[in-house]
Write a protein that binds this ligand. Sequence first.
Ligand code: 5GP
Length: 236
Amino acid sequence: MDKLVDSGKTKQLFQTKDKNVLKVHYTNHTTAGDGKRNEQIENKGAVNNQISSLIFQYLNKFDIPNHFIEQTSNTDQLNKKVNMIPLEVVVRNLSSGHFQKRFGTNNLQQLSKPVVEFFMKNDELHDPMVNDLDVQALNIANEHQLSKMRDLALKINIALINLFKEINITLVDFKVEFGIDESNHIILADEISPDSCRLIDTDTKESLDKDVFRKNEGNMMKGYYKVLHKLQKELA
Ligand code: 5GP
């Protein structure tokens, strides 16, 4: 039996026989409001594990280093062990969520350039936004690492915009996290799924992501399945 080494809001991490490899189990836990709302949503873990696995494999083609090794079951994948950098890196193409609130823009207004923002991972402080100098002053990452994360985030954005465009989905924004591997390289880690992206049907503008849960607008899995099935067809 693999030993549980860490448990996040939506995933459990198990040590494997190889000290550099973790088994990541995607659970059905779904949280919102810094974890205040916490529900089990049937099959969410399996769907997100499959979506994330497909996306990580797709990003490999664009030389975007990431922690994915292989999908081992519907709900599990093997990942390289990394030291996580405690930042959420958000990329925005259209105005929504916190950006829309902050600047009073129209919902889904096209931004003339993608925006990259950093947030410190800290539920108690509600993940405060931080700038480059904050990150360096707090010893979270250095200037070179910040620049690397920003470059990778923008590269991921281009690859994902193109992928989703092929399946008639618009990538509004997304959040990624990075880790440092045993060679001291920054690589993409965590997950990329409808839990961490805003995705809309390009024609109908229907939300295909966790916003449906955040806003209590019904069964969010309908959109998640749509994303999975379209990706499976596109990337098969
Ligand atoms: P916003 O800052 O507008 O709330 O979110 C921007 C993007 O980052 C959205 O796609 C949202 O799903 C993602 N995001 C922001 N914070 C989190 C978080 O704590 N967890 C997850 N899974 N995604 C997040």
